[in-house]
Design a protein around this ligand. Structure first.
Ligand SMILES: Cc1ncc(COP(=O)(O)O)c(C=O)c1O
Length: 427
């Protein structure tokens, strides 16, 4: 195969016709394939099955708490120690509450708007057009959450080393209405990139640079231990860097075990400076008399001291799927030189960029053949990918066999959309 740009029009036409025939054939197979599901496969969930019997009548936490009763709003000590291992912060800096880090993010953002995080007069509601920076492509639920809370979103390009620092600086420096930045620092959703030390350092300094005195870094470390190789890749510690910079009151960190044990059946964590944590605790205490500590106890007993060992078992299931995605993309799109994609070493997603203007066309072609892909645009605020080129691939949930079939169809769709576009441009 040669590069598409070097191919003659006649060769492109006949290649497009062959792909069209192939797609017609696939249509008659009435397929139902799905690349949208960024959730653990059944085999991954099964890894946590021993957790079910681990309580075995012994409900006492290490500090003597009967986990079946109300109380302990911050969580039991061993659950917070587990969070500390996951987030690489001290257990005292953590609240373990609820089953969803996204819910904690919502609660934190709402608190920042309504009352502020500092127990003083600073609150985002005082700024009618409050804005938040959204590195793109990014996680659609951050966008929905921000939008729902009335926060306008400003796109920041996400590069291999993290969000573009120049764009961030320009956005925060003179505009006090810019209040926060969303960050997924490790194996980001969807590109799989991890922030460099320099990026983390710069983000720790950011509140000093921002015109807003109530600026917050929202650090969603959803994939902190989701490496494909162990020991896990290091990530510069944000809270340490912030303490050194004197900005720790402007950092809020999140994580959960959703993709470690059970999705929506795990533990969620929030970490912050003592003052901010207190404000968050007070807010949680309005809505809840305490977390599900039985679940905390079984998680802590099951994962305590063997977190990486457990994640290595996940990695054994994930790696072949990511390898397969990489191989199909490389074999089918590499030499034609018509797309770019990421090759993450952890996390849940691969990000594929078509030529500009083609992502929606690829989505439509795929839909016609029975392949569901994450709606093009979903990785950008307001569902608007300005270049209409980004596609998110979620390899985890499908079996290897289904994943292979799905990827083979996806690359046909990418090729066909690109060839048609090329022919149109050549006239
Ligand atoms: C970046 C990111 N943050 C948060 C979540 C959801 O986390 P939780 O299940 O803890 O609410 C996801 C799930 O896909 C995610 O990709």
């Amino acid at each position: 195969m040669t590069k598409l740009s070097e191919m003659k029009a006649a060769a492109i036409t006949s290649m497009a016709q062959a792909l069209e025939r192939e797609l017609e054939l696939q249509k008659s197979n009435r397929l139902s394939l799905d690349l949208t599901r960024g959730k653990p496969a059944v085999e991954q969930l099964d890894l946590s099955a021993p957790m079910d019997s681990i309580i075995n009548g012994d409900y006492r936490a290490s500090d003597g708490t009967d986990t079946r009763n109300y109380g302990q709003l911050r969580g039991i000590p061993e659950a917070r120690r587990l969070g500390a291992e996951l987030m690489e912060v001290a257990a005292d800096d953590i609240i373990c509450w609820g089953n969803s880090s996204l819910a904690l993010m919502y609660l934190t953002a709402e608190l920042a708007i309504e009352r502020g995080l500092w127990g003083d007069s600073r609150a985002w509601k005082n700024t009618p057009d409050a804005k938040v920076l959204t590195p793109v492509p990014g996680y659609d639920r951050h966008f929905t959450l921000s939008d729902r809370l009335g926060l306008e979103m400003i796109n920041i390009d996400l590069n291999n080393e993290g969000p573009d620092l120049g764009q961030i600086e320009a956005a925060v420096k003179n505009d006090p209405s810019v209040k926060a930045i969303w960050c997924v620092p490790k194996f980001s959703n969807p590109t799989g990139c991890s922030y460099s030390d320099a990026t983390v350092e710069a983000l720790a300094q950011l509140p000093k640079l921002a015109a807003a005195d109530d600026f917050v870094v929202l650090w969603d470390n959803a994939y902190a231990v989701h490496d494909f190789q162990f020991p896990r890749a290091p990530l510069r510690n944000l809270l340490d860097a912030a303490r050194a910079a004197g900005t720790e009151d402007h950092m809020v960190l999140f994580a959960s075990t959703s993709k470690i044990t059970y999705a929506s059946g795990g533990l969620a964590f929030v970490a912050a400076s003592p003052g901010v944590l207190k404000e968050i605790e007070t807010r949680i205490g309005v809505a809840s008399v305490g977390p599900d500590k039985v679940n905390q106890l079984r998680h802590a007993r099951f994962l305590g001291g063997r977190l990486e060992q457990h994640m290595a078992l996940h990695a054994q299931l994930m790696r072949p799927k990511f390898d397969l995605v990489e191989k199909v993309l490389q074999d089918e799109l590499g030499e034609l030189d018509i797309a770019n994609w990421t090759t993450p070493s952890g996390g849940y997603f691969v990000s594929l960029d078509t030529r500009p203007g083609l992502a929606k066309a690829v989505g439509e072609l795929a839909g016609e053949v029975g392949l569901a892909i994450t709606p093009p645009g979903a990785t950008f605020p307001y569902g608007r990918d300005p270049e209409d080129r980004n596609l998110r691939i979620a390899p985890s949930f499908a079996s290897l066999e289904d994943l292979k079939a799905a990827m083979q169809i996806l690359v046909i769709c990418v090729k066909l959309a690109t060839l048609r576009d090329e022919l149109q441009h050549r006239g």
